[in-house]
Design a protein around this ligand. Structure first.
Ligand code: SF4
Length: 145
């Protein structure tokens, strides 16, 4: 599965209206009626990055960018509260987060992965993938990247 920068609905307006590189990310509903609840950027290089490699919306940049290198999707795929980063500083930070933040992440994970109607848009195949397939990929049983 290939995914891009995760955008929550209020963050889509950071990009030009109607940009064809804005794709769905998380979806909810029963196929074929799946409603996007978040979005992603399908480009090699973020269109908001200036030629001199500065973020042109730094003060308003998406939560995904603010959270980097903590990856919400990877945390959800792990089925819990865990970061994939090899950075020890981040691991130390993660271990000292307040309990309510940990609980909030766990709640998001539970709701996303245990809902029968949660989907992710795969940029590679341009298709919705059901969360049961995403779990298989996360556990190494799938064919995803
Ligand atoms: S920090 Fe700014 S330039 Fe970098 S990916 Fe996020 S929005 Fe794009």
């Amino acid at each position: 599965m290939v995914t891009g920068i995760l955008l929550f609905p209020g963050e889509v307006s950071l990009f030009p209206a109607g940009a064809d590189y804005i794709k769905p990310y998380w979806g909810r509903g029963k196929a074929p009626k799946i409603r996007p609840v978040s979005y992603q950027v399908d480009t090699e290089r973020c269109p908001l990055l200036s030629p001199d490699n500065l973020c042109t919306v730094y003060e308003r940049r998406p939560l995904t960018c603010r959270a980097y290198p903590i990856n919400l999707l990877e945390m959800i795929q792990d089925g819990g509260y865990k970061s994939q980063t090899p950075c020890n500083i981040v691991h130390g930070f993660m271990g000292s987060l307040p309990a309510d933040i940990v609980e909030a992440h766990q709640t998001i994970s539970d709701r996303m992965m245990n809902s029968g109607f949660t989907w992710i848009w795969d940029l590679e195949t341009s298709q919705w993938v059901h969360n049961s397939e995403i779990t298989k990929v996360a556990q190494g049983d799938g064919k995803g990247k």
